[in-house]
Write a protein that binds this ligand. Structure first.
Ligand SMILES: *[C@@H]1O[C@H](CO)[C@@H](O)[C@H](O)[C@H]1NC(C)=O
Ligand SMILES: O=C(O)CCC(=O)C(=O)O
Length: 364
């Protein structure tokens, strides 16, 4: 029988199916890992002096920080979690009405069952587009109603508002990062205006063997900037200084991960953040992730001001978000080397002749 990630059944088993067992050197160790100390940026203030230097250092070192005083209404956040819980509590066949199909980036997915057959993540996800183009202002609501039915209209409204807020916040964060790069405030914002962003609700059920598996394997986000909110359970880890470090949950903060596309936009000045999520045996964990993207067909080219300031040659070839997205969807399983693999694929003629990328099933 085909494997199905049904949390209600799997969480109660003594042993997890072998497809979820990760190799010992990749599985999380028993016992606590050290916590990472990261800059906390107060978005209500003006960033300068030591604060600015600390942030720049973090962006260059591991690509990870947090923001507070971000202006997102706590009531909206609470409702976003409530709707997330309500959705995941439903029977699997209801969730599967929105089943994500191969090659698509939206819908419900129980683990990666169907796409991969080993090192599966212990989670279920629901992803949807949130384009910031004015004509798409009802996109999230329409999607929920079309995919799951009229009874999901309220849920759709909540995530529509949440996505609008995330878009606003992410653009504010690009202003801070512009400053960090020594560019004028607002230099990066225009690149993302009207962008094709994506939102994902992650649910990690309790796991009977939490040290044998991962909730989300080690990866860099191929996207530009990720705004992540994790619940009080904790499980997000960042790789820095040669070790995995835990990110202590902070309900008033959003975690910002720099992704591959943003790293390319900064000509490699800012680092794309390597991260993963661990699961636990006691509690279900949730996280809400918003992935800021440019418009699909906008070429990813560092701003001329930045290239002039750096005086370094271009670190990456021109590409569009559409190409990179398709690469991660159809040709490569996102991991710690996605951008390098993508760059190699471009150098080899974008799959036209020669050896393309590694086949999906073998990639890690
Ligand atoms: C979501 O966006 C992707 C590209 O970013 C597109 O291929 C897909 O068709 C969109 N899905 C929906 C439901 O709008
Ligand atoms: O749940 C988390 O904390 C991490 C989620 C994540 O990395 C992702 O959705 O890409």
């Amino acid at each position: 029988m085909a494997l199905v990630f049904d949390a209600a059944i799997l969480s109660r088993k003594a042993d997890i199916p072998e497809q979820f067992v990760w190799p010992a050197d990749e599985a999380p160790p028993v016992g606590d890992v050290e916590e990472i100390a990261v800059p906390v940026v107060d978005l209500a203030g003006i960033l300068s002096g030591d604060g600015l230097r600390d942030l720049a250092a973090a962006c260059e070192l591991h690509g990870f920080f947090q923001v507070v005083n971000h202006g997102v209404d706590p009531a909206l956040l609470a409702e976003a979690y409530r709707c997330c819980d309500a959705f995941y509590a439903r029977a699997i066949d209801e969730k599967q009405r929105a089943q994500r199909r191969p090659g698509e980036n939206h819908g419900y997915a129980g683990s990666f069952v169907g796409r991969f057959s080993s090192r599966l993540p212990w989670k279920e996800t629901m992803s949807f587009n949130c384009s910031a183009a004015p004509e798409n202002s009802r996109m999230v609501v329409d999607y929920f109603v079309a995919a799951l039915g009229e009874e999901y209209r309220h849920t759709g409204e909540v995530y529509q508002e949440y996505c609008n807020e995330m878009t606003r916040l992410a653009l504010d964060v690009t202003d801070v990062l512009s400053t960090c790069l020594g560019l004028g405030r607002g230099v990066l914002r225009g690149f993302f205006e009207g962008g094709d962003s994506v939102m994902r609700l992650n649910h990690y059920p309790p796991c009977p063997q939490p040290h044998q598996t991962l909730g989300t394997g080690p990866h860099h986000d191929p996207t530009s900037l990720t705004l992540l909110h994790q619940d009080e359970v904790g499980g997000l880890q960042v790789f820095t200084g040669g070790a995995w470090c835990a990110v202590r949950p902070r309900s008033d903060a959003f975690v910002v991960n720099i992704g591959d596309t943003f790293a390319a936009l900064t000509n490699g000045r800012h680092a794309s953040c390597l991260h993963r999520a661990v699961v636990n045996g006691r509690a279900a964990r949730r996280s809400l992730t918003f992935f800021l993207n440019p418009q699909l067909d906008r070429p990813v080219v560092p701003p001329p001001e930045l290239l002039a300031l750096d005086g370094r040659p271009r670190a990456y070839p021109d590409f569009t978000w559409r190409e990179f997205l398709e690469f991660t969807q159809k040709k490569y399983r996102s991991d710690s080397r996605t951008l390098d693999a993508f760059v190699a694929w471009i150098a080899q003629g974008r799959g036209r002749g020669g050896h393309g990328s590694r086949p999906e099933e073998e990639s890690g």
